[in-house]
Design a protein around this ligand. Structure first.
Ligand code: 9D3
Length: 238
């Protein structure tokens, strides 16, 4: 899968492909990327990507000419469908379900907003999907685009090793993780739960399932089905 990105900070965005599983995915030829500098598509002397908002008010707006020019040129060069995703606080909330949908689809073009956002004509004529990374304020779309790329890329077959993809079912099945421990067995009087040292695989699985259920009930009850909530209450004696 190939990720095309359009940003005024291309070197920052590129770093997402330089570490960990994504780095290995690139080296293995499973992931490709082209991070384009929006400034390269400007025509004016000052290479400006923003301008004052019509109607007045604070902040600046990203100009439509460089964005139209870049998107049209990148799409023509690709020679195949390249849906444009724009990250913005007003988008639909990102989720594992959206990541799975995108990983199963065509290559993507991701537009990172800065300032107050893009001229509305970009949204009306070019953008296929507007996605938010959550209800908090960031300075621009670069980090959201990097999050999206990370979440989508690790779903491409072969990018994440097999051991980890099994664990992924833990979140897909809708529960938070159970507690994890590794060596040493005793550390500053802090011990490891006996069951994990027992070698009794059925008991270990039962313990993990229960811990995951209780953790989810305490922190994110809305992730549970009514039946799972009742089961958690029963375990807690409520
Ligand atoms: C109306 C005031 N603000 C909207 C909440 C203005 C504004 C804040 C932050 C406009 C743009 C930005 C920059 N943010 C992003 O580009 C962004 C973002 C975010 O700030 N939070 C969560 N997800 C995202 S996706 C892109």
């Amino acid at each position: 899968m190939k990720f095309h990105v359009l940003s005024i900070f291309p070197d920052f965005v590129s770093t997402v492909f330089q570490y960990g599983v994504l780095r290995r995915g690139v080296d293995a030829g499973l992931l490709k990327h082209a991070v384009h500098d929006l400034r390269d598509y400007t025509q004016d002397r000052h290479r400006s990507t923003d301008d004052m908002p019509f109607g007045g008010g604070p902040g600046m707006v990203m100009r439509c000419e460089p964005i139209f020019s870049a998107v049209e040129s990148i799409r023509a060069e690709a020679g195949k469908p390249l849906p444009l995703i724009y990250t913005s606080p007003a988008g639909e909330p990102f989720s594992q379900a959206i990541a799975e949908e995108l990983a199963a689809g065509p290559d993507l073009l991701l537009l990172c907003g800065r300032y107050e956002g893009v001229d509305q004509r970009v949204l009306d004529s070019l953008v296929d999907r507007e996605i938010s990374m959550g209800d908090y304020v960031l300075s621009g779309g670069e980090l959201p685009v990097m999050c999206l790329i990370d979440a989508v890329a690790r779903l491409i077959p072969g990018v994440v090793g097999d051991s980890q993809s099994v664990r992924e079912e833990s979140f897909s099945s809708g529960l938070l993780d159970w507690p994890h421990y590794t060596r040493p067995e005793n550390f500053r009087e802090l011990s490891v739960p006996e069951v994990l040292l027992s070698g009794h695989h059925a008991n270990i699985e039962g313990w993990r399932r229960e811990k995951a259920l209780l953790m989810t009930y305490r922190r994110r009850p809305e992730l549970l089905t009514e039946a799972q909530r009742e089961q958690a209450k029963q375990i807690l004696g409520l």
